[in-house]
Design a protein around this ligand. Structure first.
Ligand code: DC
Length: 209
């Protein structure tokens, strides 16, 4: 059984949904690295500090139940707004932010039996991962999923606007200079556009065995 699984891909491809299920089935820890970039963005938004200062003394913890704590406060819900999504993609360009979070992520993965998702896990954070997945889907399908997700949480949602924001985030995440969103050479490409969640989970479990 593969001990460390890295899952990368663009926003809305289903990384966190399938990674959570795979983790539960294998008894692994799921680590959502996007939530850590979101927490840094939230700190910048709430404190008005510049990125260099905000990252210096930031305290980010993920617990076993998937909750995220920013400087000791549970911010699990607060980091899911469209404003924080934009902010996360912005702070993710900074080398100081990436260095600090990458180090934290490596420490969290050191125990093994983890599935970690993000943008640069297979390429930068865990280049020696036992299994690397690059999960993608068409931009329309990803926008449709994000639209339904936001509606479910009672956030205002406009499909065209979401599509535009996802495309912008893809562009920003793929074109940044440091650790851009990219498929690792040894990653398995999975296109989830026409697959159900269960089909993607089954394929990852088959590859992990
Ligand atoms: O997966 P997500 O949508 O919650 O991630 C939010 C942003 O964080 C994403 O637009 C880019 C950034 N990110 C990153 O640069 N590297 C990661 N490993 C994870 C997320």
């Amino acid at each position: 059984m593969k001990k460390i699984i890295a899952v990368d891909g663009p926003a809305g491809a289903g990384k966190s949904t399938v990674s959570k299920i795979v983790a539960a089935r294998l008894g692994y820890t799921y680590i959502d690295t996007g939530s850590m970039y979101r927490a840094v963005a939230l700190k910048v938004l709430l404190t008005g500090k510049n990125v260099d200062d905000a990252i210096k003394d930031v305290d980010i913890k993920l617990d076993a139940n998937g909750k995220i704590f920013l400087d000791g406060r549970d911010v699990t819900k607060e980091i899911r707004t469209p404003e924080v999504s934009r902010g996360a993609s912005d702070v993710a360009k900074f080398g100081v932010v990436r260095e600090k979070l990458t180090q934290l992520q490596r420490e969290m993965a050191a125990q093994g039996k983890v599935i970690m998702d993000g943008r640069d896990i297979g390429t930068q954070v865990l280049p020696d991962a036992d299994l690397k997945i690059f999960l993608t889907a068409s931009v329309e399908e990803r926008a449709r999923r994000r639209f339904l997700e936001l509606k479910e949480k009672n956030f205002a949602a406009d499909f065209e606007q979401i599509k535009k924001e996802i495309s912008l985030r893809d562009k920003q995440d793929s074109e940044r200079k440091i650790a851009p969103l990219a498929q690792a050479e040894d990653a398995v490409l999975l296109d989830s556009t026409k697959l159900t969640i269960e089909e993607v989970v089954a394929e990852i479990l088959r590859l992990a065995a």
